[in-house]
Ligand binder design. Structure first.
Ligand SMILES: Nc1ncnc2c1ncn2[C@@H]1O[C@H](COP(=O)(O)OP(=O)(O)OP(=O)(O)O)[C@@H](O)[C@H]1O
Ligand SMILES: [Mg+2]
Length: 495
């Protein structure tokens, strides 16, 4: 009696969790999710959680207001390695939203042209299209599998009356030939005198079962495959903008006769390829495009990293600063809301959430042009990480370094464990090096851990075999690292 109740409760909670996951995590739940991966930085977590929830709130508000409510873009300020990028990355996972991350500094590189900035919106749409496409493919998977099974069966045992057996399935435009001819095509000698087509049908059914049971996976068949390569066009002379270029390319690709190529493959491999092709045929690309554009418009998140690198530091003027300010000016319309043309159609950027981040060591947020500052009304400052934070970062997150190394050693059958004081010691050393040499935030833990464990990683499995148990103690940490930490010159290079 107890178990079913427990199971029912579990299922109920699980379903509730999944649906809340999908469309409406509360701000507290979002923070709780972020807490699984990121230590501290509560202010930043709170603000991104509110921003995320606000998307849902907007979509569920009265229609007249939906257009009016604009997202409050966020500017995250904090030293290097304190979790800015990590927060944004996790946020996108939680939101199940199209997400792109760009480095603002890349737009200042040589060869930059204003409209390059729009490429981030195009990438976002591309991402949304992929998300929608794979969701739709999942929906038609069952049907595609049935079609492909028939296709493969047709190659193995061609039906006698091609039209009678599977009238409803769209016929493949894939031609087939038999590879190991004699073996397969010949139906087994008739036991009784039975009409040919019945025999054919029976044989097909037998092979269908074999196929289903996975007995024929390694048999080779020959299939005709559409080659999907579209020609690459180079344009001589005058500049041509990206969208026209993309359209031209696609148009030419469609105009070219589809080349098909015969390939011999095992049934297992052929099935994979055919499944892709059939699934793609079953989904309606126009629907995908429309849905993807909507998804990107309403839920998209664009993370602009290194925004401090395009700020004018100290008003020196001239030189590279000109292009930096240019990039800022180009960013303005996109962040404020404009229409960007993509190969999937135009997209409005009004409701895309922008999160910008930067260390602002040299420049300050006030060095950005005022218009751009105004587009990022929410400022959150990320705290520098303390020794205690380091200790927790080693220990708590789902993807913590200790867990990563544990998994690596586990793959070799070696058990790895850390004593608590050892973790404290590592945190202390990392913190010391950060203050003495250079503060690179939590990234320091990576160099420290790899220096600490490198010898083990090298000796496994030759010297330290499977079933061994590696215990990292405080003494071990001190023995391997203290010398380096004390010697500033050494630690500069090694840690
Ligand atoms: N608060 C934190 N909690 C857990 N892990 C963290 C935290 N801060 C940083 N890390 C870890 O440190 C690494 C670097 O962090 P991240 O990429 O977020 O730095 P950043 O703040 O974006 O720095 P930068 O300004 O150099 O881009 C990541 O692997 C991340 O897992
Ligand atoms: Mg970063």
């Amino acid at each position: 009696m107890k178990l079913p109740t427990f199971l029912r409760l579990f299922c109920k909670n699980f379903i509730a969790f999944m649906s809340s996951q999908l469309d409406k995590l509360t701000p507290r739940e979002i923070v709780a999710e972020l807490d699984k991966y990121i230590i501290g930085q509560h202010d930043a977590k709170r603000n991104v959680a509110i921003a995320l929830r606000n998307r849902w709130r907007r979509m569920n508000s009265i229609p007249e207001m939906q257009k009016e409510i604009i997202p409050n873009n966020i500017l995250m300020i904090g030293a290097t390695g304190v979790g800015k990028t990590e927060i944004a990355r996790r946020l996108a996972k939680i939101a199940n939203a199209p997400f792109v991350k760009v480095e603002a500094s890349k737009f200042t590189e040589v060869g930059y042209v204003g409209r390059d900035v729009e490429s981030m919106v195009r990438d976002l749409v591309e991402q949304a299209v992929n998300m929608v496409k794979s969701a739709k493919k999942e929906e038609v998977k069952q049907k595609a599998q049935e079609i492909v099974e028939d296709m493969i069966l047709d190659v193995l045992i061609p039906p006698m009356y091609p039209n009678t057996s599977f009238q409803n399935t769209p016929r493949a435009n894939v031609g087939f030939e038999i590879k190991d001819d004699n073996d397969v095509v010949q139906p087994p000698p008739p036991v009784t005198s039975m009409p040919d087509h019945e025999l054919n049908e029976r044989t097909r059914n037998r092979f269908r079962e074999k196929l289903k049971a996975g007995e024929l996976e390694n048999r080779k068949i020959e299939i005709d495959m559409q080659s999907s390569s579209s020609p690459n066009i180079g344009v001589m002379g005058g500049p041509i903008d990206d969208v026209s270029m993309m359209n031209l390319q696609e148009m030419l690709g469609n105009m070219m006769p589809k080349r098909s190529k015969k390939r011999k493959l095992t049934i297992a491999d052929a099935r994979k390829i055919l499944l892709e092709e059939e699934a793609a045929k079953l989904i309606d690309m126009d629907e995908v495009k429309e849905e993807a554009i909507r998804k990107a418009e309403d839920l998209g998140i664009i993370f602009i990293d290194e925004i401090d690198k395009i700020a004018n530091s100290g008003g020196k003027g001239g030189g590279p600063d000109v292009s930096r300010e240019g990039v800022q000016r180009d960013l303005l319309p996109i962040v404020e809301g404009s229409t960007v043309n993509t190969k999937y159609g135009p997209i409005k950027t009004d409701h895309i959430l922008f999160v910008a981040a930067g260390a602002f060591h040299v420049s300050k947020p006030s060095d950005l042009i005022p218009e751009l500052q105004g587009r990022f009304p929410i400022r959150v400052e990320l705290q520098s990480l303390t020794e205690d934070d380091f200790y927790l970062i080693l220990k708590e997150p789902r993807n913590s370094l200790t867990r990563q190394y544990h998994a690596l050693m586990e793959a070799e059958g070696v058990e790895l464990s850390f004593q608590d004081e050892a973790l404290r010691e590592i945190a202390k050393l990392a913190f010391t090096i950060n203050s003495d040499v250079e503060n690179i935030g939590a990234r320091r833990l990576q160099t420290v851990m790899s220096t600490l464990l490198n010898d083990f990683m090298f000796d496994i499995p030759d010297v330290i075999g499977a079933n061994a148990h590696v215990v990292v103690t405080k003494e071990l940490v001190q023995e391997r690292l203290s010398g380096l930490v004390k010697n500033r010159d050494l630690s500069q290079y090694i840690l």
